[in-house]
Design a protein around this ligand. Structure first.
Ligand SMILES: NC(=O)c1ccc[n+]([C@@H]2O[C@H](COP(=O)([O-])OP(=O)(O)OC[C@H]3O[C@@H](n4cnc5c(N)ncnc54)[C@H](OP(=O)(O)O)[C@@H]3O)[C@@H](O)[C@H]2O)c1
Length: 306
């Protein structure tokens, strides 16, 4: 039986990848942080390894004798470059090093479309640096990088407020009305991961963007049209001025410092949100492996709310 080591299996995307792996008959060894509020229920179907990306001994246990690594753990919230780099860059380095040491055949990194624009935020830069670290291992391990755009689906915390607003018929337009962005339903990301694992060395050393099958992404107008169709009544668009969102992000940072949490909305995230082009390209991945996305944004919203 093929055994896969998975990081990030307690998070939104990793949990879905884990379920897909188990449903497809893979044997899974998964990393979890015992102190985390999302520590998993231990069941027989998964071999859970307690540890973290900072704990090399736990990473050695995680990857011992596995057939492949899916590295999905990452920091998506935070303020400083130091925080993001510790997890999204150094974390990749630590894990790929032990995977090379133990001669693991394949390493798959879940990066982000944000890595295409590393100047926008500490998050984006840390993901790009994580990709660069992995690329340096060319020839020592077979690897691939996936760059998903914004991912949504059951269990997601970040997109929920937006999706709930759409369900109620309100469309908050962030940035220009002509700005375009791609989206991806979480199960489609998981099937891309499984297809890549199946294709092995054939596509070694490639970085693939992904989207949900809507080639030029969506505009807010198209999102409003989908909400109108699903709700059966006209959706109302309203603009969120950049100045206002920036002020909210500053207040959020102050609150995060006061109450000790890692914030999502920061000035860097505001720069990402107002970037006009988050359109990704599926061509390379669909030519390289047998994968097609199945869930458009219309169908994804329908699955979630209707
Ligand atoms: N969500 C999106 O729209 C999106 C889009 C593109 C790319 N991505 C990428 O997809 C990956 C997963 O994102 P997500 O949305 O599922 O985030 P998430 O729900 O916050 O999950 C993050 C996962 O990483 C784990 N993790 C964080 N720091 C760790 C550390 N130091 N050691 C070990 N594990 C650690 C978390 O463990 P705990 O449960 O213990 O906290 C959790 O399992 C990230 O790499 C992110 O950059 C996400």
């Amino acid at each position: 039986m093929t055994t896969i080591a998975l990081t990030g299996a307690t998070g939104f995307i990793g949990r879905v990848i884990l379920n897909h792996l188990l449903n497809r008959g893979f044997s899974v060894r998964a990393l979890y942080r015992p102190d985390s509020s999302s520590a998993p229920k231990i069941t027989n179907s998964v071999e859970w390894v307690a540890g973290s990306l900072e704990d090399t001994a736990s990473l050695r246990t995680l990857v011992a004798d596995v057939d492949g690594v899916i590295h999905c753990a990452g920091a998506v919230r935070g303020t400083t470059l130091e925080h993001f780099k510790k997890i999204n860059t150094t974390g990749v380095e630590q894990l790929v090093q032990v995977a090379v040491e133990q001669e693991v055949p394949h390493f798959l990194l879940i990066s982000s479309l944000a890595a295409r624009e590393p100047s926008l935020s500490s998050y984006a830069l840390s993901k790009k640096l994580g990709e660069d670290v992995l690329s340096e291992y060319r020839g020592k391990i077979s690897w691939n990088i996936l760059r998903p755009p914004a991912v949504y689906g059951p269990g997601d915390r970040e997109m929920q407020p937006l999706l709930k607003l759409l369900r109620r018929g309100f469309v908050p337009v962030v940035g220009s009305k002509d700005g375009r962005f791609s989206l991806l339903y979480v199960d489609d990301l998981a099937t891309a991961v499984i297809s890549l694992l199946g294709s092995g060395r054939m596509v070694d050393g490639q970085c693939f963007e992904l989207h949900d099958g809507h080639p030029n992404g969506y505009t807010w107008g198209e999102i409003a049209a989908i909400a109108t169709q699903l709700n059966g009544k006209s959706a109302h668009c309203f603009s969120l001025p950049r100045g206002l969102v920036s002020i909210i992000s500053q207040i959020n940072i102050a609150a995060a410092n006061l109450f000790g949490y890692q914030p999502m909305l920061t000035p860097g995230k505001v720069r990402e949100l107002f970037h006009p082009d988050w359109v990704s390209n599926n061509t390379e991945i669909t030519q390289a492996i047998d994968w097609q996305p199945e869930t458009s944004f219309h169908d994804g919203m329908k699955n979630l709310f209707y």
